[in-house]
Design a protein. Structure first.
Length: 338
């Protein structure tokens, strides 16, 4: 066994971005949606639902994402106490997401400039599904209303700058596909010339917030997920889930940064030509094979990585033995991902 100390230039650190599908179906598009009948029938189904890729009774079922409905005024759910107005599970959800996304308990969610709302749907992708973060530009969600469809995406393809808040990057949810708007001139907005915003896309925490008012107002009457007035009364999770189920298409990819250490083992012609295997030496201490005196040969089969205390930290195995003698040099590259 021979040792050689690495120089600074022998170890290089690299980081690569790797994208993959979010869904456990291993496909870019999720087109089958199921919920638990027990959860949907319960009162909690009004404000929280888990969505599976197959029947929740199946052993293959896995939560893909959840839908939560939040209302600052506590609408859409039974109040905790009928004597205390505006306090219900939906107001709690609103407060939780407000603290998470905006960082305090006083701010208001704004969409498309200064357009505020007191209610939203929160689509939270299961943490195990998206690993590190979602990939902007791959978010495509189709909602189908009473007679028309609405395709939603993020505006990453149109943004020259990126906005940040307490949860990292923030993009607007717009009508379009693959990060680009279908229509720059119409839709729910109070800002002249501003692209219609239907919510927020928060890739670093795996959350999509959908503005319930924008889904109901100033878009075609054929797209209605709730009958009646355009205020928040009557909104609940089942309405959005049904619109997603009818749309039949939810596309999304994840993005992960994989850091790698590249270690270059430089085997020069004068190095590692002898073997320390005891079988090469006779009992009297002589070299067993004369060819190893003038023309030594050795086969490199593995590389051990040691620290300064000579503690073995890792072993890299070669795919096949590498012949080494005084006429040959080798460069072995080791990649460590983490």
């Amino acid at each position: 066994m021979s040792f050689k100390k690495f120089d600074n230039e022998d170890v290089i650190v690299s980081a690569d971005s790797v994208s993959s599908t979010v869904w456990s179906t291993d496909t870019y598009e999720l087109d089958s949606f199921e919920t638990s009948s027990t959860q949907e029938a319960a009162t909690s189904g009004d404000y929280y639902l888990n969505v599976y890729q197959t029947s929740s009774d199946s052993t293959a079922a896995a939560v893909q994402y959840s839908i939560a409905y939040g209302s600052e005024d506590g609408l859409g759910a039974t109040a905790y106490n009928t004597n205390v107005a505006g306090k219900s599970p939906t107001s709690t959800i609103y407060g939780q997401f407000r603290s998470l996304v905006l960082g305090d308990e006083e701010s208001t969610f704004l969409y498309g400039g200064n357009t505020g709302t007191k209610g939203f749907f929160a689509i939270s992708v299961n943490r195990a599904r998206y690993k590190e973060k979602l990939l902007p530009g791959t978010f495509n969600l189709r909602l189908e209303g009473s007679s028309e469809t609405l395709d939603l995406t993020d505006n990453s393809g149109l943004s020259s700058t990126v906005t940040y808040n307490d949860v990292g990057r923030v993009y607007e949810v717009i009508s379009g596909s693959n990060g680009v708007s279908h229509d720059l001139g119409t839709g729910y907005t109070a800002q002249t010339g501003y692209i219609a915003s239907y919510g927020k896309f928060l890739p670093d925490v795996g959350i999509i917030l959908l503005n319930v008012q924008a889904l109901q107002e100033n878009i075609s009457a054929g797209f209605e997920i709730k009958s009646g007035s355009a205020d928040e009364n009557g909104f609940n999770n089942r309405l959005l889930y049904q619109a997603i189920e009818r749309g039949g298409s939810f596309k999304l990819n994840s993005e992960e940064t994989i850091s790698s250490n590249y270690v270059f083992v430089r085997v020069r012609n004068s190095e590692f030509n002898y073997s320390s295997n005891p079988s090469n030496v006779t009992g009297s201490g002589e070299i067993r094979h004369n060819s190893m005196v003038n023309n030594p040969q050795a086969y490199v089969t593995s590389v051990g990585l040691y620290n300064d205390n000579n503690d073995l930290l890792g072993v890299a195995k070669l795919s096949k033995p590498l012949l080494k003698d005084f006429t040959k040099e080798a460069l072995i590259r080791i990649k460590l991902d983490y």
